[in-house]
Write a protein that binds this ligand. Sequence first.
Ligand code: ADP
Ligand code: MG
Length: 264
Amino acid sequence: MSVGRPTVLLEHHLKALKLPTILREYAPVAAVCAQERTDYPTYLERLAERELIDRERRAAERRIKAARFPVIKTLDTFDFAAQPSINEPLVRQLVSGEYLDRRENVLLVGNSGTGKTHLATALAFAACAQGRRVRFWTVTGLVTHLLEAREERQLERALKHLQRHELVVLDELGYVPFSKAGAELLFEVVSRAYERTSLIVTTNLPFEAWPEVCGSERLTGAILDRLTHRVHILEANPSYAVRASKPPWRQRHGRLEAEVVTTF
Ligand code: ADP
Ligand code: MG
């Protein structure tokens, strides 16, 4: 193709319109289309399609970066045979992302090293690919961030920012006990997410041990009440009898039991 005035102008327009894929591809696609004797609309359609595909890929990359995963993990590398306690059909159903439309939560319970963070990341990664805004936090990281924001009188802003996500991962609940202020901030996060944002929480603690970490029975009850209102529970460790155990909060809030959407 000759490099004349039209080409220079065309390239200028494509840059101004922010169509980098068409800019890169218009000449080679034109050569192919000329050879195939395709009509102009077909040529244009092929270029538009390439731009659209690239644009979606770039947006997904931006969302993955913004999610701040510590390490990227996907379902492809998760060995279900090595972790038979995990409900594979439920994971496969969750990865489609419909729970996010219904603002449901996911709770991953199990000992250390059983793949909870891997699965939480894989579900959140899939959500990014589906065009959702996602943020990954360790629970302690988030609570520290919010405590700092409060000191700088930016708490409301930080909470609003969190609320703009469709999915927030809260990793590693239970490894570090909270201060009273920290537990109250966690309650604030769970409370604001309630029926607005989906949460994926990973924890090594069975429910009955939560009050110890959260500092009070009352606050734990309030957090669990909202978190488990509509929840999918994945258990990565058979020794944790989540289903069999009857922690006090479940007996007190009888309706919770009925509203667990799926369990292992
Ligand atoms: P947890 O969060 O439960 O402590 P992780 O998800 O961090 O455990 O798992 C520890 C490491 O082992 C990670 O590198 C993770 O990718 C890997 N891992 C754990 N379970 C599996 C599994 N079933 N298949 C593949 N990798 C796994
Ligand atoms: Mg982990």
